[in-house]
Design a protein around this ligand. Structure first.
Ligand code: PA5
Length: 454
């Protein structure tokens, strides 16, 4: 298996002014990591960290494959309805492994697999436009909600169900739905059981943002021909690498410890994840949720920021280079882009274009990443790079597992529970109250004061 590597040289004081002292890595930070590792292992032993078991959940993968290869192939369009951890993972897998413009390809280009749409926000404009595009007879909705009650997803489900029933009739409509939800609880489970709708379970001990390698992410990907076993093999390999309590051997440990240290000791709480590959942009957004919702607690925690190289060199880089010293950049470099576009030699008479000819677009992107890392280093801005040999199932499985394990280590280092999200619940309860949910008191909202509105 091609292994992901982590280059953290540009975080160390020997290479970057104001970096982390390398000796600390072998001493105090190694000790701190051993304690964090032990705390995580204790939670694992209690059965709290179900995401670590997902690579080995063969029964659930068999069920995913059965539904993806059978039922789902009756449709031309599969629409995932899910938000937060129930949507971002599916988008990350879709973009990384199916590549750009999947839905724009013709049947042959998609090898006769369905188009895949992931809709998270209940923005009426988007939803209406999507429904206008779809043929109900050829559409299946995979409704994903661990709790089975999230307002945004449930609203989308109700609209989609109505739309489907009015097109194909009440009896046939339920054959166009697949639910992915908690094994026992929630409205979705209740409806699925009452109406005999096919269902996939998210294990009890796997929370939304740690569920990408469960049926939540695997089913949508497998529907389009992605091999879930390759993803899980990669994830298993990373999980095994991260069993070591030796910091120097544990890539997720190093990511967690170094980013935590950058925040706490170097005053760099803004953690920018910047892949140099369009296909990984949604992975950066998935990471943003994972890092923010897991660690932003008890008045502390880092602020993740998803970026894209080289695009954001033209929007964020000035700030990263000369703005406040409060950021650390984590690049992702893909060694083999697996598509090469040669840049032709035209205009030899114009030096500002001539130098590009004879190179390739992949080379340009790769050089830009190296140049940006070096420029940041030279300006006293610590940065580091995850190196992916290529973007395949195994490599992506490793990457996603690495980030999830790093998150639970970081939770231990920050002294917070990375698995809960009490702050999100407050907003949810207010929404329920304002929308008139029975049993939830309508909240008293401060009246907008006209003095402040122009
Ligand atoms: O990570 C989480 O737990 C959240 O982001 C949830 O995934 C999100 O709120 C959606 O919840 P649910 O899957 O219950 O609909």
């Amino acid at each position: 298996m091609n292994t992901i590597r982590f280059d953290y040289g540009n975080l160390l004081s020997s290479r970057v002014e104001g970096g982390i002292d390398e000796r600390q890595l072998a001493t105090s930070l190694a000790d701190r990591f051993r304690a964090a590792h032990a705390a995580v292992e204790a939670r694992r032993a209690q059965g709290d960290l179900g995401f670590l078991d997902l690579p080995y959940a063969t029964e659930s993968v068999d069920r995913v494959t059965e539904l993806a290869d059978g039922f789902a192939q009756w449709f031309q369009d599969v629409v995932v309805l899910g938000i937060g951890g129930s949507g971002l993972g599916a988008t990350a897998l879709k973009e990384a492994l199916l590549g750009p413009f999947w839905n724009a390809r013709d049947e042959e280009g998609r090898e006769h697999f369905p188009r895949l749409h992931v809709v998270d926000n209940p923005d009426p404009h988007t939803f209406q436009r999507l429904l206008e595009l779809l043929d109900p007879a050829g559409t299946m909705f995979n409704v994903i909600s661990k709790s089975g009650t999230t307002a945004e997803t449930m609203a989308q489900y109700l609209v989609a169900r109505d739309w489907m029933e009015s097109a194909v009739g009440q009896d046939k409509a339920r054959g166009h739905f697949l639910f992915t939800t908690d094994p026992t609880r929630g409205a979705l489970r209740q409806i699925g059981e009452a109406e005999d709708i096919p269902m996939l379970s998210v294990p009890e001990n796997v929370g939304g943002r740690f569920s990408v390698l469960s049926a939540v992410g695997l089913l949508p990907a497998a529907v389009c021909g992605v091999d879930p076993r390759a993803l899980l093999a990669g994830a298993a390999a990373m999980e095994e690498r991260c069993r070591s309590d030796q910091l120097a051997e544990n890539p997720a440990g190093l990511v967690a410890v170094l980013l935590h240290q950058a925040d706490q000791e170097l005053g760099r709480p803004i953690h920018v994840l910047m892949p140099y590959a369009d296909r990984l942009r949604p992975v950066a957004l998935w990471f943003q949720q994972l890092w923010a919702e897991s660690l932003g607690k008890a008045d502390s925690g880092p602020t993740p920021l998803a970026a894209l190289g080289a695009t954001d060199q033209h929007s964020l880089l000035q700030l990263l280079m000369e703005g406040p010293h409060d950021k650390v950049v984590l690049f992702i470099h893909v060694e083999n882009p697996e598509a090469e576009v040669a840049i032709p030699q035209r205009h030899p008479e114009i030096p500002s274009l001539a130098y590009l000819g004879g190179h390739s677009m992949g080379e340009l992107l790769s050089v830009e990443r190296a140049a940006t890392a070096e420029a940041l280093r030279g300006a006293g801005r610590p940065n580091c790079t995850l190196i992916m040999p290529r973007i395949g199932g195994e490599e992506l499985g490793q990457l996603l597992m690495l980030f999830q394990i790093a998150t639970v280590y970081a939770g231990a280092l920050y002294g917070v529970d990375p698995l809960d999200q009490p702050g999100v619940e407050v907003g949810k309860q207010l929404t329920y109250g304002l929308m008139g949910r029975v049993g939830v008191t309508r909240p008293e909202m401060l009246d907008p004061d006209s003095r402040w509105i122009v």
